[in-house]
Design a binder for this molecule. Structure first.
Ligand code: PRP
Ligand code: URA
Length: 245
């Protein structure tokens, strides 16, 4: 399904149209890009997509005095929380913190079981009640959408009033999963790619975002090759759901 058709079906989906985003994303995807440059590009793209994601934050009047006269200034109203999903989301934090230095940062640890493609939670130190009104989930990849939907579940149970997903690349299957489970969550991305492959990787994508940032090319998971039957069936089911929601 093409990005335009997806945006018609899912009004919560926001795909950047900025030429700088497209330029930097192409460099990021390139397999010759080394981890140092990859991290720099993740940071630059996170700044740009984070900026777009915060465009509708509400504001409050704030009286100020310039050297010349008094005027009604403005301040961002809600308290914002950044929620990087470990580990690939870590590379996005600093850039978004630059934009919003007062934001709180709450880490969630999830990894995706490579056979079932289901998220497994391993770190969560959120306090009992929400301390922020708006949460920005930071994770470069929205693939099956399982990790993101699980993070939103956690944040809603915590009491977050408003949640936005900030990612670099999304698959149509992941957008359908997240929007189906949580239609109130805005999704901000640099690009929507063609589909998931039978291993649940986004194609054309960029490979494994965590491994490429941290130089840990541990296994062939993101490389082409025969997938486990169970994994391929999960992907086929997601693709059927997308065609017939
Ligand atoms: C990647 C990515 C997302 C998840 C996306 O993390 O950063 O968290 O996969 O996949 P999904 O949409 O199918 O759930 P990964 O599990 O590889 O962990 P890592 O960041 O620790 O490498
Ligand atoms: N996680 C990644 O890092 N890349 C993908 O394509 C899918 C999940």
């Amino acid at each position: 399904m093409r990005p335009m058709a997806l945006q018609e079906r899912y009004p919560n989906l926001h795909v950047s149209r900025h030429p700088l985003v497209a330029h930097k994303l192409s460099l990021l995807r390139d397999k010759r890009t080394d981890p140092k440059q990859f991290r720099e590009l993740v940071r630059e793209l996170s700044w740009l997509i984070g900026y777009e994601a915060m465009a509708d934050l509400t504001m409050q009047p704030r009286p100020i005095e310039t050297p010349l006269e008094a005027m009604d200034g403005q301040r961002v109203e809600p308290k914002v929380g950044l929620v990087p999903v470990l580990r690939a989301g870590l590379g996005m934090v600093e850039a978004v913190l630059e934009l919003m230095p007062s934001a709180e940062v709450w880490h969630i640890g999830l990894y995706r079981d490579e056979r079932t493609l289901k998220p497994v939670e391993y770190y969560n130190k959120l306090p009992d009640a929400a301390t922020v009104q708006v949460c920005l989930i930071l994770d470069p990849m929205l693939a099956t959408g399982g990790s993101s939907a699980a993070t939103v579940d956690i944040l809603k149970a915590w009491g977050a009033a408003r949640i936005k997903q900030v990612s670099l690349i999304a698959a149509p299957e992941g957008i359908a999963t997240l929007s189906g489970a949580h239609p109130d969550v805005d999704i901000h991305v640099a690009a929507v790619d063609r589909e998931l492959n039978e291993r649940g990787y986004i194609v054309p994508g960029l490979g494994d975002a965590g491994d490429r940032q941290f130089g840990t090319f541990a296994g062939p998971a993101s490389e082409p090759g025969h997938a486990h039957d169970e994994t391929a069936e999960v992907v086929r089911r997601l693709q059927r759901n997308l065609q017939d929601p």
